[in-house]
Design a protein around this ligand. Sequence first.
Ligand code: TLP
Length: 353
Amino acid sequence: MPKSAESVIDLRSDTVTKPTAEMRRAMAEAEVGDDVYGEDPTINQLEQRAAEVFGREAAIFVPSGTMANQIAIKLHTAPGEEIICEERAHIVDYEMAMLGWFSGCIPRTIAGDRGILTWAAIQQRIRPDIYYVSRTGLIALENTHNMAGGTVYPPEVANDICDRAHELGLPVHLDGARIFNAATALGKPVRELTAKFDSLMFCLSKGLGAPVGSLLLGTKDFIARARATRKALGGGMRQAGILAAAGLIALEKMPARLAEDHANARVLAEGIAKLPGLSIDMKTVQTNIVVMEVDPKRMTAAEFSRRLKEKGLLAGPISAQRLRMLTHMDVDRAACERAVEIVAGICRTLGQA
Ligand code: TLP
């Protein structure tokens, strides 16, 4: 029997969280104005705070991580160029081919070790400076790497990529949708992990728990151009201070609780890794994401996910045999332990599948 909505454990993503009571209060009371005229005080405050936290000249609030990434790609590149990124990067697999559609670029992908690229690998994919081949326009990294299981860039590896790219005059953009998770895992401030990137985005609406929004950061000039591109995409949001009010709480208060999500992900992964028919590369379990592989002799990930749903546990298939679970502020330790029990129950029947 499907469970009632309240008792369902939703581990499909950390995007599923509901705004806290404090966020809802702040939203109701937010001072607002027309942000297209630059007159929303709460939006202005959020952008300024984000720029301070990351040590950047400027920031812009956008409706989604996808829009932030795609504005950055558009501004860094020209049509006909190539973008070097990891083969399972969000900008390639989940952003509607917009790097081709909107920016006229193609991805030049590299398989990273658990999603992590190195300069040695990137260097080989940079196009030679010859007029009859397409140019490399941008390098884009993702930290944490979502589909690799929430893996974290060692700071020296990311810094090296930025330094070497800059020597060649190449910009580097960071998809830092979950950069606060990376910072929590490393025990370092986000500004230290992101200082060398030309631009970066982070999401308020993932582990930080806000209902909507992401920020794109860079130089004053870059963000001024981003503002025009956001408007062109229909992202001029008027009295969006009601969203920024929740975003400010997400930015100021929620990073401090991410360690709890990471500890819960570990409990989940350790419990599931022991079960027959499922395997987890425990080295990828570094933050709040757990990716598991279902034995193809027993079941597909889609079938597994369907059976979990019947027992009140939601988890998303991300390929034929892989399933992803994310911990977040709306699932506590007890829910994660219950999730392991539900998975174990399905595994007991796997042999007969
Ligand atoms: N990720 C979503 C899905 O789109 C897969 C999720 O549930 O994890 N960069 C990264 C690394 C992301 O994980 C996401 C969203 C985005 C960008 C895009 O953010 P939104 O959904 O706000 O456009």
